[in-house]
Design a protein around this ligand. Structure first.
Ligand SMILES: *Cc1c(COP(=O)(O)O)cnc(C)c1O
Length: 414
């Protein structure tokens, strides 16, 4: 569902004109839609009716408190990957019993914080982490609920940077070692085995690898039962893709039904960790054309957003649709949409057919996931504002940074 539609030709977020958003909050500006966030979560929840299930939103995709709050109020739990994300979800009012903690490098301090908070489960990613968690829990007189993130060694057929389920990746424990490691976990006094999890990659457009992974994980669940280790939950991770351009994207139903079919007769709580699918199409980056620089070989449109705001095109070569907020009738030309950062890699789109003039507003679509969270202050650019539209109202979800905030933590030599 898109909450971004044209009314009399002008692009709106729900009922709010993006011209008005730019006038009120300036550009560049991230714009999220509450309705789109809720609809994306509902698509999952609707499939899960009748199951003991919990959708744990993968916070790293977009960790703005307002986004977390909207999803939490709608029943989401959270998948976190750092102590910082734990503090964020608690600040947004999350229930600790709906938080799972993933990531390959959890520090002792992060474990302590999560243990004293009382989270639902630690998704443990290595033998060494298991030992550390046992020690940290012991020192606090607590028991840590755990699952092992098992690497099912399936090919998710996605971008190599975001494929995580193959043997050669740094994530999870090897499938062949998992059973022995569960045995080890069962022998450690301060751990309590709760479940098993896997996450095979991101922006997956084919449901088949998910089913392949689940079959392998369920085979392991059965082997563990013969070892006397009975699991309470299974966590299928995230990774379902979204449409950025013209991809054929599976519905949540087409993705989940084959998985739920395999799970329906098992007494296992089902956890999911979608990130991108919940927020990606629920956000855009609003930017203004500063200069047009037509040339013999290429035409450049220099906009006020840049790779420091939206890194995905420069980082992965990703495509984001770029559209005019108020389209012009003039004939179009092919424009390189670039930012002001001093890098030739600073582009947001290549060869986009648009009719442009300086001062025009552009919307860079499908930017709700891995957008603001990956932005930086490169070139001492303050990070953009974030707003969340709710019907005909606009809430400032994060104000624009100021230039002096960028060096407020720095000190010259005495
Ligand atoms: C990144 C990540 C997710 C979310 O991935 P999406 O592709 O955004 O759905 C879920 N679980 C884990 C462990 C992750 O690292």
């Amino acid at each position: 569902m898109s909450a971004f539609t044209r009314i009399s030709g002008v692009l709106h977020a729900e009922s709010v004109s993006l011209v008005d958003v730019a006038a009120q909050f300036d550009t560049p500006c991230w714009v999220y839609s509450r309705v789109a966030l809720e609809a994306a979560l509902d698509e999952f929840q609707d499939q899960l009716i009748g199951f003991d299930a919990l959708v744990c939103y993968a916070v790293k995709a977009n960790s703005n408190l307002a986004v977390l709050d909207v999803l939490a109020r709608r029943g989401a739990g959270f998948d976190i990957v750092s102590g910082g994300e734990l503090r964020r979800v608690l600040a947004a009012g999350a229930d600790p019993r709906r938080i799972v903690f993933s990531g390959v490098g959890k520090t002792a301090a992060e474990m302590e914080l999560a243990l004293t908070t009382g989270i639902l489960c630690f998704n443990v990613e290595s033998a060494a982490e298991l030992e550390r968690l046992n020690a940290v829990a012991g020192s606090l007189g607590k028991t840590a609920p755990i699952s092992l993130r098992v690497n099912p060694d399936v090919d998710a057929r996605t971008h190599p940077y975001i494929s995580t389920g193959l043997k050669e990746n740094k994530f999870g424990v090897a499938y062949e070692h998992a059973r022995a490691l569960y045995g080890r976990a069962a022998s450690l006094p301060n751990l309590e085995i709760s479940g098993i999890d896997c996450h095979i990659g991101s922006q997956l457009l084919d449901p088949a690898p998910f089913a392949e992974a689940l079959d392998k994980i369920l085979a392991l669940v059965d082997q563990l039962a013969t070892d006397g280790i009975v699991l309470r939950h299974i966590d299928l991770g995230g990774g379902l893709g979204i449409r950025y351009r013209d991809e054929e994207v599976p519905t949540v139903k087409a993705y989940l039904q084959p998985l739920l079919e395999k799970l329906k007769d098992r007494p296992l709580q089902v956890l999911l960790e979608p990130g991108r699918r919940l927020v990606g199409n629920a956000g855009l980056l609003l930017t203004r054309v500063e200069y047009l620089k037509p040339g013999e070989v290429r035409n450049f449109a220099i906009v006020d957003a840049a790779m420091n705001d939206l890194a995905r095109p420069a980082l992965y070569g990703s495509w984001h649709d770029i559209v005019a907020v108020v389209p012009r009738q003039e004939t179009t030309a092919a424009w390189e949409i670039v930012g002001p950062v001093c890098e030739s890699g600073d582009f947001l789109g290549h060869g986009r057919e648009l009719a442009l003039a300086a001062g025009d507003l552009l919307a860079i679509l499908s930017a709700g996931a891995y957008g603001m969270v990956m932005s930086s202050n490169y070139n001492s650019r303050p990070r953009a504002a974030e707003v969340i539209v709710d019907g005909d109202r606009v809430h400032l979800a994060r104000r624009r940074e100021t230039a002096d905030e960028l060096y407020a933590l720095e000190r010259c030599l005495p």
